[in-house]
Design a protein around this ligand. Structure first.
Ligand SMILES: *[C@@H]1O[C@H](CO)[C@@H](O)[C@H](O)[C@H]1NC(C)=O
Ligand SMILES: *[C@@H]1O[C@H](CO)[C@@H](O)[C@H](O)[C@H]1NC(C)=O
Length: 369
């Protein structure tokens, strides 16, 4: 981290550069925002790839400001959109593969996430051409080179150091790998507890690379309650409740993730990595949907079959009328309304939700220096 006086001066420099660069610049004070991970945070990268993991057709985007599909796996805004607004960005960062991500727009940040990916390279192989984690980090390196050409290496380093980063990955390593088919290669190779340990050790390497690339404030989400999503209720539930096996996986994985983040932070000597307990955030409205204004957390708004949980959400699917009443938009992904509830907890949640602190505290801390 820069020393306090450097930090102020660097912001003034960034501000001045933005003013000099003219129209379209983000307003000074809004830090850059970088996003890595899977479909929960993909804002359209997969639209540019030859993959089946995409959300570029109606009714995706039905409640987005343009009412059109964008590649977000949501009826409207996704979690990065809502965090971006909360940190004062006028526009959320564009998908890294978007041809519109040029010039000034680069200074807002970038979204490298790609639906279908996991911590492991062999996760989501059925989706063919997607941006696996190591490649997302390669792109982050390329991004910094492109920004350096605009504002110089030193200011680029400051922009990255002062940025907020979000990473959401891990769920697919279970649902689109270990549990994808009975007797999957990974499930033959590993007992579940050993697989979880392996995932955590590989995730740690990815986070250390992110740190080496300059990230200094990173929100790291755990997996949601994977066994409770409409897809798993439809495919695996025996008694109408959450799938016990996937819930066991989440219960093993999430605490070990928090522990790993704690170790990495203490090795670095400061709270770079902030754990977001998305499992708890989801469980709140899954166990008591009415308290959050939902009529159901078991049936997806868009889908078919039991719980609207089978197959994909397409123009031929059942579509609910009032998306605000559904915790899940499609068989795997929360609705915009649920995303807003999750981000609210990220912003102001107690240490039960945010470890070691919530985003409001981070913003306050980072603006003091
Ligand atoms: C994924 O593939 C990349 C490139 O081949 C490699 O550098 C990396 O170590 C692989 N990651 C894992 C977890 O095997
Ligand atoms: C954020 O977390 C801190 C520390 O846990 C807590 O005191 C505070 O009430 C939370 N909410 C806000 C808005 O800061």
């Amino acid at each position: 981290m820069a020393t306090p006086s450097h930090f102020n001066i660097s912001w003034m420099i960034v501000g001045l550069v933005l003013v000099l660069l003219g129209a379209g610049a983000p307003r000074a004070g809004a830090r850059a925002f970088f996003v890595f991970g899977d479909s929960l945070v993909d804002s359209g990268n997969n639209n540019y790839l030859a993959t089946t993991a995409r959300a570029d057709a109606p009714p995706y985007g039905i409640d987005y400001p343009t009412r059109r599909p964008t590649g977000r796996f949501s009826n409207g805004l996704n979690i990065p959109d809502i965090i971006s607004a909360q940190i004062g960005q006028p526009q959320p960062p564009l998908a890294y593969l978007s041809p519109e991500l040029n010039g000034q727009k680069l200074l807002v940040g970038a979204n490298f996430a790609s639906a279908g990916i996991g911590i492991l390279n062999d996760t989501g192989i059925q989706f063919l051409n997607i941006i696996r984690m190591f490649r997302q980090l390669d792109y982050f390196d390329n991004y910094q080179r492109r920004v350096s050409a605009l504002i110089g290496a030193q200011k680029t380093g400051q922009l990255v150091n002062q940025a907020l980063v979000l990473i959401t990955v891990g769920g697919n390593d279970f649902v689109n790998n270990y549990y994808l088919v009975p007797f999957s290669a990974r499930s033959r190779q590993f007992q579940l507890p050993d697989y979880v340990k392996y995932l955590i050790s590989e995730y740690r390497k990815l986070l250390m690379r992110l740190y080496k690339l300059g990230a200094r404030r990173v929100l790291v989400t755990g997996t949601g309650p994977m066994g409770c999503v409409p897809a798993e209720l439809a495919m695996r539930s025996t008694n109408g409740g959450c799938s016990a096996e996937l819930q066991r996986a989440a219960a093993l994985y999430n605490p070990q993730l928090v522990q790993m983040l704690r170790e990495v932070n203490s090795k670095i000597g400061t709270a770079v990595f902030i754990g977001a307990n998305t499992q708890q955030m989801h469980m709140d409205f899954i166990s008591n949907p009415q308290a959050y204004g939902f009529t159901t957390s078991k049936v997806a708004c868009c889908g078919q079959g039991p719980n609207n949980g089978l197959g994909l959400c397409t123009v031929l699917s059942n579509l609910c009328r009032n998306r605000e009443q559904y915790a899940f938009w499609d068989p795997f992904h929360p609705s915009e309304k649920a995303n807003k509830i999750i981000v609210q907890q990220i912003m102001t949640g107690s240490t039960k939700y945010m470890n070691p602190m919530n985003l409001s505290s981070i913003i306050a801390l980072d603006s003091m220096v």
